[in-house]
Design a protein around this ligand. Structure first.
Ligand SMILES: *[C@@H]1O[C@H](CO)[C@@H](O)[C@H](O)[C@H]1NC(C)=O
Ligand SMILES: *[C@@H]1O[C@H](CO)[C@@H](O)[C@H](O)[C@H]1NC(C)=O
Ligand SMILES: *[C@@H]1O[C@H](CO)[C@@H](O)[C@H](O)[C@H]1NC(C)=O
Ligand SMILES: CC(=O)N[C@H]1CO[C@H](CO)[C@@H](O)[C@@H]1O
Length: 868
């Protein structure tokens, strides 16, 4: 069955190239051009006989070009009537335009009038970044095609969520965006989230980004024409052409510019960087308590315990199983965890059981919060608890209902006092495979029915809510969804939302809106604390509300490697710093050696959780002594670096810079780095090069030109190739990498503030078992000089949980000039006695200095200088 589907997907990939000769469509012609220094508007009119390829051509379009900032160009092509769906501003706010001048802007827009096509050029180099001239624009009621010419074999990244190579293939490749449950995260298929953004890197001439602000189901084809010309082509089943071009010119600048468009990622609480354990299938609370105890007995710091749907009574949200997880006992357990400065997180699903005596359903029905079928009855499907209805997150009253349910069930005094929530199955996943399963699922017909039928909107109301009279169930152009139809295993696409838009247009926004409403509910619960929320499904901008994990992968070396590619795509391109994979894999049986390696790899990813399926054997780290040893060491190292990671998250949430990045972000001219997706940089200072082959103890990896220091031994790797001008770095092979080791190098020029949180770091203390303990430990500062003997670094400090830390936070800059360390900056956080007790300068290669150390005590509530 799976093979069959794969074959079909392949066939459709070929059929697209030959589906319709591009030349038969007339394209558009430009009239009524008006332009000013910062904008251009014009009418586009169909330039000949309609080709009606997959639906009807729209005759009258409007082009708006805005030089929004000096580095951001906005190109919008919409229907003149403004009925075609555009993402609601309330769901994804548009960035305000600063009305930059076309004269000073880094990007230049030019066009051809008949047939219409446009180019975006980098002003400083004349480099053409986007050029739609190869084929006419097709803009139909249910199909849109826009193709851009690209240089041969471009370096393209992003367009997730996918598990493919980080640098995308350049021929015969199709990325389908349609949020979908995707067990085993297969390659070449649509997965849980949609991020229609790519970065293109052109080595020495710069990096730019292109974001298509469209939630439509789409296939993005990257290929070569018959004439061998490289292109990227959007094929969508709706929406408008709404492109944001981001000029860079550096990769990190593109990241920041993208965050300006979709919003900055939420800052996470300090504790969420601790180690998390979860498993689907834990039989009862007694077992869960044993997990906590066994972690403690094994000396492995466990920060947060998570419960999957096992805690629920018949898998109902806002319930506890009376026998296996009695509420008062669960409440007591959470209090115990809190007493040990540990945390507790629970899962919630959007599918609400359709049952008259189920409170959340009754109250939701009274408030009219659920999506409806054509006859006005609640739209029903199948999820974990059985027959369910789904909230319409767009309806304003849904937020009130969901917030009240959360405030009640998670009441800190009388309910389960969770520290965060995990929202799952929100693509939305429907276990109803097709249109027929509902009849068999219907159990009770006497339930409260919805009162109102949503009347179809009057055509021509100019609200961007979607064209009327479309086939919302079976559009003619079929995207390569990995399920047979658009509505398979999700909500019917012909459902109307409360604002008049339809699931056809908003499907990819379902989880984004659920995340937004859920975050706001958590804020109502604790108005002054940063919420912690984890979501499976995402869209561009979801990081404003929630962290993300990579879904239900497999306990295999294949997926261990895939997790690095996904980490790079999400963190560096999708503006999503707080991410990670299910460590040791979700499905299938984790092998000891693989789990040891993954326990270590996971410790270098921002979100660090071990989780497995009900059908998978237990895989807590303590179950193998080798994995336990690896985890102890990995977590000890992570906790020393916790403030380095936290500082990176802080700046990501403040400026949009990435936390995890590929090597080419820092070595944009070194072509040897462009395809690397088995190594990553955590922040600017640490290069992580895990063992990537199955069951081996060696790894070959790339060290770019410059000075590097082994993080663990401090030994300096001198630059072998610095003599050969402009050349790249070196490939290093390390052998004898034990099952508790991972090669990590400090980039010369870095200053790292490390907590004295592990027993081995001369602190005279024990391993810190919680992040709260880590937060109370003193620092040592490691200086890793570059080839000129200099270094810099930074440290952000706050209480770790306040939503608003203004006036009570410190942003400290460290500089090393070869002889003196200076700490300067903003000092607002009261460290309550936490100080720097040691400064270590690694061997700078000068005069056989070797490693040098000064012990002392330097407070972190004001600037200081340490001389050597
Ligand atoms: C940019 O121009 C638009 C349209 O003229 C105007 O509404 C807006 O306020 C301007 N924005 C700024 C930042 O000047
Ligand atoms: C915890 O450890 C005990 C002692 O080794 C073992 O008997 C028990 O099965 C473990 N339970 C869990 C849930 O890990
Ligand atoms: C959607 O289409 C299906 C299949 O044609 C139909 O059964 C259903 O009633 C439609 N639902 C709505 C809300 O129009
Ligand atoms: C990305 C990836 O490698 N996914 C794999 C997940 O596991 C299944 C089952 O082993 C594979 O088929 C997928 O390729």
């Amino acid at each position: 069955m799976i093979m069959m589907l794969k074959l079909l997907a392949l066939l459709s990939l070929f059929s697209i190239a030959s589906a319709a000769p591009l030349a038969t469509c007339p394209g558009y012609r430009v009239t009524n051009v008006q332009s000013g220094d910062s904008y251009l508007v014009a009418d586009l009119t169909l330039a000949g006989t309609s080709c009606n390829l997959y639906s009807e051509d729209i005759t009258n379009l409007r082009l708006t070009v805005e030089y929004q900032t000096d580095t951001r160009l906005h190109v919008l092509i919409e229907d003149r009537e403004q009925n075609v769906f555009q993402i609601q501003d309330s769901i994804l706010p548009r960035p305000p335009s600063q009305n930059s001048s076309s004269q000073t802007a880094a990007l230049r827009f030019t066009y051809e009038a008949n047939p219409f096509s446009f180019k975006v050029t980098r002003a400083s180099t004349g480099d053409v970044l986007f050029d739609t001239s190869p084929s006419p624009l097709i803009f139909e009621t249910q199909y849109l095609r826009l193709r851009t010419r690209l240089p041969p074999n471009p370096n393209l990244y992003g367009l997730g969520e996918h598990s493919d190579s980080f640098r995308l293939p350049t021929s015969g490749y199709k990325r389908t965006l349609w949020n979908s449950e995707a067990p085993y995260i297969p390659q070449n298929q649509n997965l849980y989230g949609s991020h229609p953004v790519y970065f293109e890197h052109r080595g020495g001439t710069g990096t730019h980004g292109v974001f298509l602000r469209s939630a439509a189901g789409m296939d993005i084809v990257i290929g070569k024409s018959d004439a061998g010309e490289q292109y990227l082509e959007y094929n969508t089943i709706g929406g408008v052409v709404d492109l944001y071009f981001l000029a860079g010119p550096g990769p990190e600048e593109v990241s920041k510019q993208y965050a300006e468009v979709v919003g900055l990622p939420a800052m996470m609480p300090y504790w969420s960087l601790g180690f998390h354990q979860c498993k689907y299938g834990w039989p009862d609370l007694g077992h869960v308590k044993q997990v906590v105890k066994n972690y403690s007995d094994a000396g492995i710091p466990l920060e947060a315990l998570w419960d999957d749907i096992d805690y629920m009574d018949n898998k109902l949200d806002f319930s506890t199983d009376p026998v296996r997880y009695p509420k008062d006992q669960l409440k007591g357990f959470v209090e115990e965890l809190h007493g040990k400065d540990m945390r507790y997180v629970q899962i919630l699903d959007p599918g609400i059981r359709y049952k008259s005596d189920y409170g959340p359903f009754k109250r939701g029905a009274e408030k009219n919060v659920f999506l409806k079928a054509a006859d006005g009855s609640w739209y029903r499907g199948l999820q974990w608890p059985g027959e369910v209805v789904w909230p319409d997150w767009i309806a304003p009253q849904t937020k009130e209902w969901w917030t009240t349910e959360i405030l009640t069930f998670y009441d800190p005094n009388n309910g389960i006092d969770v520290d965060g929530l995990w929202i799952d199955m929100n693509e939305a996943s429907n276990m109803c495979a097709d249109t027929t399963c509902l009849s068999s699922a219907q159990e009770t017909r006497s339930l409260p029915q919805s009162q109102t039928v949503i009347s179809p909107r009057a055509p021509g109301d100019g609200q961007h809510l979607g064209l009327p009279n479309r086939d919302l169930f079976t559009p003619q152009y079929q995207i390569a969804n990995h399920y047979p139809t658009l509505s398979s295993r999700t909500l019917f696409t012909n459902i109307t939302n409360s604002d008049g838009s339809t699931q056809y247009d908003t499907h990819n926004l379902y989880a984004l809106t659920m995340s937004s409403v859920s975050r706001s509910a958590l804020l109502s619960r604790s108005p002054t604390k940063r919420p912690f929320l984890l979501t499976r499904s995402t869209f561009s901008g979801s990081s404003r509300f929630a962290a993300h994990w990579f879904g239900d992968n497999f306990s295999s070396w294949v997926d261990y490697r895939a997790s690095i590619r996904q980490l790079l795509s999400f963190s560096a391109v999708h503006n999503y710093p707080m991410v990670g994979s299910d460590v040791c894999g979700f499905n299938g049986q984790a092998q000891e050696k693989m789990c040891a390696r993954w326990a270590i790899l996971g410790a270098w990813q921002p979100f660090y959780r071990n989780h497995a399926d009900i059908s998978a054997p237990d895989q807590e780290f303590y179950r193998w002594s080798s994995v336990a040893a690896a985890a102890r060491k990995a977590i000890a190292t992570r906790y020393r670096l916790l403030d380095y990671i936290y500082t990176g998250l802080y700046f990501a949430s403040k400026t949009g810079e990435s936390l995890v990045k590929p090597l080419w972000f820092l070595y944009p001219e070194d072509a040897a780095t462009f395809a690397i997706d088995t190594q990553f940089l955590l922040g600017d200072s640490l290069l992580v090069s895990p063992v990537v082959e199955d069951d081996v103890q060696s790894v070959s990896f790339y060290l770019p030109q410059g000075v590097w220091y082994d993080f663990f031994t401090h030994s300096r790797i001198s630059d072998q190739t610095s003599a050969s001008a402009g050349a790249g770095g070196q490939t290093i092979t390390v052998t004898g990498v034990d099952w508790d080791q991972i090669p990590v190098y400090i980039r010369g020029g870095s200053i790292l503030p490390l907590r004295l949180s592990d027993a081995s770091s001369d602190s005279g203390q024990e391993q810190a078992m919680t992040t709260k303990e880590v937060h109370q430990r003193n620092f040592e500062i490691i200086i890793a000089p570059d080839q000129n003997g200099k270094a810099k670094g930074r440290l952000y400090l706050d209480d770790g949980e306040s939503l608003d830390s203004s006036g009570r936070e410190s942003e400290i800059e460290f500089r090393w000039d070869g002889a003196r360390l200076e700490a300067r900056g903003k000092f607002g956080y009261d460290t309550k006695g936490v100080v720097v007790v040691r400064v270590v300068v690694l061997d700078d290669g000068v005069n056989g200095n070797g490693e040098r150390k000064v012990e002392g005590e330097w407070g972190l509530m004001g600037g200081f200088t340490v001389s050597f």
